[in-house]
Design a protein around this ligand. Structure first.
Ligand SMILES: [Zn+2]
Length: 627
């Protein structure tokens, strides 16, 4: 059933409805939507029907980027007024025609472009700024360094960061609901996820200036009459996720005359098409066990075509959905494909009388238990599915031993090699005994050896054990306080004292570490070449004891340096306890300038109150502090 129950919201609880919309909107902007786009839109329209002048409808929704240099847009980036029905589009055309006749303009041309569904920004003067609240955004120029491709070149004005749709559908639909959620990560995260790196490396994440998009142009009469075929035609030509079309006036004089509200331009309208829906029947529900034992459902449905794709599988988030929505073979469901991405369950039209939730793990036949909405196989020790996905996680996370793909691991697990310790004890002849080829067996032994000698971050090593809620980032936080060798004594209380770890996860992570300690210790003793995460205390002591003025400060280098390369200077600065930044921001406290330094950076640094030092002045201050 849809999470949105419109009848719940009446003229009596409008403020609460607006607040709820804000919550949904914030979650959506952060890349973690709580409801579908169509549900959000229907709720927004419901608010409009209750109170057309409510201020929520007339403020630009903010993108969620908290940190960074603030950029004031020369021309505000407003939202777009939305039309869901032809009548509203007709009303827009009538309004434009009235304004045109007031100006004495006879011929009006409308232009329609696809409305990209990504993250809006503006690229001008060498700076890409997020839309922010429409008036002030944040400098996100670094995304180009991260590998986002500027379509048509830089400085082409407003546009959208999006991922190529066909690429997303081929690679990421298992891990993400919508490419926008990945985009938010690429723009905001300090560290790029492996998924993001893959997409960036493949050059499939683009900043698309609106001016470079395909378009249709014609009269207002044709616009209203042909909007469906225009939409279908333009949709076919664009390989990005879309959220409808944008129709606007092209005449500059007319645009100026019509102007804008605080929310949107009056000369522009978004034509939203609710995602295409289709109804189908559930034929069966498949269940899969993951590495931590979670058993998740996949709905196998009678194949049905939705906006050009044939859908036969729908992933449900967790077993709780099957339980609560009463799904099973014979259930009639409505699925929706919004913005042309992965289909989702939109509505249950007919549920089943009796829900069949498996009582045994599909892999090991062990007992299952509920953990909130999740169904979990608790047989962690000897569940083949958990072993295979767990081992896969080890090799994927460590990233230094190739050749251990799903097929190889399945073959190992079938022969009861279910533990990473056992794999590392294997030699070429052992692989051969299991029926693997000569060359492959030789390669596997070599890969294991190589993974011992190739240096790897200790946080990555720890994360490879696949403890729930202990990924690489959290491992780094933990190891900055407790070195790996001391982790066996970690308690829930000690862990909770580290910023970033909550009470609940601290308990489960620390007990998992203690339970796995024999394995972790065994693996450490094999002689992996681990790069230690610097201890926070050591870093702080370095800063505290340093006499040089740069310890603990944020430093940025610009221009060509005379003494040594820029890189050498960065290494030296870090050894002095400084944090070296790579882009200009309000964090910069010292700007060190070499020859031909960027005047723009100097101006920006000055405006932030940073100290500007020439290379010579900088070196002298270091020397003086050492004497
Ligand atoms: Zn199992």
């Amino acid at each position: 059933m849809s999470k949105v129950d419109l009848s719940k919201w009446t003229s009596k609880n409008i403020p609460k409805l607006a607040k709820q919309l804000q919550v949904y909107n914030t979650a959506y902007r952060a890349g973690k939507p709580k409801i579908s786009d169509a549900e959000y839109d229907s709720l927004t329209e419901h608010l409009r029907s209750l109170d057309p002048n409510h201020k929520y409808l007339h403020t630009v929704e903010a993108e969620s980027i908290e940190n960074g240099e603030k950029i004031r847009h020369k021309v505000p980036m407003l939202s777009t007024e939305k039309a869901y029905k032809k009548e509203k589009l007709q009303a827009f055309v009538t309004r434009v025609e009235k304004a045109a006749s007031e100006l004495g303009i006879k011929k009006i041309t409308f232009r329609v472009t696809p409305k990209l569904d990504g993250m809006a920004g503006k690229d001008e003067g060498g700076i890409l700024a997020s839309r922010g609240n429409g008036l002030v955004g944040v400098n996100i120029t670094r995304v180009f360094k991260r590998g986002i491709v500027a379509i048509g070149g830089r400085n082409k004005g407003p546009g959208e960061i999006v991922m190529v749709r066909s690429y997303f559908e081929k690679n990421f639909t298992k891990d993400f609901d919508h490419p926008r959620n990945m985009i938010v990560g690429i723009v905001n995260a300090d560290k790029l996820s492996a998924f993001a790196q893959k997409a960036l490396k493949a050059q499939k994440v683009h900043f698309v200036p609106y001016s470079t998009l395909v378009n249709w142009s014609g009269s207002g009469k044709d616009l209203v009459a042909k909007i469906d075929s225009i939409t279908a035609d333009l949709t076919k030509k664009v390989d990005y996720p879309l959220d409808g079309m944008v129709a606007e006036v092209t005449n500059e004089k007319l645009k100026n005359y019509m102007g804008a509200t605080s929310h949107h331009h009056r000369w522009q309208i978004a034509i939203k098409t609710k995602g295409e829906t289709a109804t189908t029947t559930v034929e069966s529900i498949g269940w899969q066990t993951g590495k931590t034992g979670r058993v998740t459902p996949v709905l196998r449905v009678k194949p049905v075509s939705v906006s050009g794709a044939t859908i036969s599988n729908i992933t449900a988030h967790h077993a709780g959905m099957v339980r609560d929505k009463k799904l099973g073979a014979g259930a009639k469901i409505e699925i929706i494909r919004s913005g042309e991405v992965i289909p989702k369950l939109e509505n249950v039209l007919k549920c089943v009388k009796k829900v069949n939730i498996p009582s045994q793990c599909p892999s090991c036949k062990g007992p299952l238990s509920w953990d909130n909405d999740f169904l979990v196989c608790t047989n962690n020790a000897s569940c083949p599915a958990q072993s295979t996905t767990g081992l896969r996680h080890w090799f994927k996370t460590l990233g230094t031993a190739s050749g251990f793909g799903p097929k190889t691991l399945e073959a190992l697990v079938k022969n009861n090699i279910t533990d990473i310790k056992l794999i590392y004890a294997m030699k070429e002849k052992d692989f051969k005994k299991l029926g693997l080829g000569d060359k492959q067996s030789e390669n596997l032994e070599k890969a294991l050896k190589d993974s011992l000698s190739e240096s790897v971050e200790d946080a990555r090593f720890l994360a490879a054990f696949g403890i729930q809620n202990l990924g690489i980032g959290d491992s780094r936080k933990l190891l900055a306080v407790y070195p790996l060798k001391d982790l066996h004594s970690i308690t829930s209380e000690k862990m909770e004292a580290i910023p970033g770890f909550g009470a609940k996860t601290s308990g489960s992570i620390s007990s998992a570490i203690r339970r796995l300690w024999p394995t972790i210790k065994h693996m450490m003793d094999l002689g992996f070449t681990l790069r230690k995460t610097p201890l926070k205390a050591e870093q702080e002591a370095l800063v505290a004891s340093a006499k040089n003025p740069f310890a603990g400060k944020h430093v940025l280098f610009t221009g060509k340096m005379e003494h040594g390369s820029r890189n050498d200077m960065k290494v030296q600065a870090r050894s002095l306890g400084a944090t070296v930044l790579s882009v200009m921001s309000s964090k910069v406290e010292f700007l060190i300038i070499g020859a031909k330094a960027s005047q723009k950076k100097i101006a920006a640094a000055t405006s932030h109150g940073a100290k500007i030092l020439t290379e010579q002045e900088y070196n002298k201050q270091i020397k003086d502090s050492e004497e």
